[in-house]
Design a protein around this ligand. Sequence first.
Ligand code: BDR
Ligand code: CA
Length: 325
Amino acid sequence: PRKIILDVDTGTDDAVAIAAAINSPDIDLIALTTVNGNRNVEYTTYNTLQVVEYLGADVPVYRGCAHPIAATLDPRRKPGMPYYVSSRPKDGDVHGDHLDIPAPTIKEQDLNAVSFIVDCLMHSDGDITLVPVGPLTNIATALRIEPRIKDKIQEIVLMGGGYKFGNRSPVAEMNIWADPEAAKIVFSSGVKVTACTLDSTHQGANITNEECEQMAKLGTRAGEMCAKFIAKRIWAYHNWDPTQHNGQAPIHDPLAVLAVIDPTILTEVHHTYVDVDFSGGNADGQTICEINFTTQEAHEPNAYMALNADRDKFAKMLLEILAIK
Ligand code: BDR
Ligand code: CA
């Protein structure tokens, strides 16, 4: 099995990623680390502990950074900057901050997530993959305080960024937007980075109502829990935009876990140079990819950007993994 540290801002789709990582025989989940993102880190840690306990897993949870590297916790990230305000009606809970499972009794570890990541990697044989599915604050901070971990990380397979899709703004995906400076550090780190972009999850990581119903009937706690969260997402996306999300919803974060198990699930993968905008304007958080930029000014590639995924394989793998008792 592949050793991973799953970095989360749980979140309903993070919860499905956690369940997949716990259940898969091909994954050795060393630890879960939490980060500020969907909600503040106290909340994402609480939610993560909830999921771990509900699934009866023996996985340590480390609490990570409470603030983006360079910005405040102001919802606009930088007070006073122009930012995009959606005119669409919002149901307010698409990402499902509140997880409808019992409160946790287990506790997080004493050590903070960044110290854990550094220590764990420095004592490893270079066989640990980082799978961040929230803002990249913990990973970037770890790289900053101990640059030698660069040679210890096997690879980074993340959920984040976009090429033609945005969700926090027309050009920015949430995880990158929430801490673009951190994203810049990670993309320019020299570590092998594969990004499951919003393009890939919106096109290739959808789960339909029928698949969700199958999931609920798998006869496992993981299946029942994930079906509950996915049903909520399908409902929310449908209310949001029925023409695009009729009876299905993107379940972003498990795609990164499944891509570690089987990289062929990712399609339209471009080895390209990715820059991240954090100039404080309308492009804040954009992942600028040199995919169709083939002039002499183009840079050396620094990431594998997956723009699509095999949707049928995504659903099949997820159902198979969640069926494991
Ligand atoms: C990402 O944003 C988060 O809210 C989701 O959990 C996912 O990681 C999608 O843009
Ligand atoms: Ca997430």
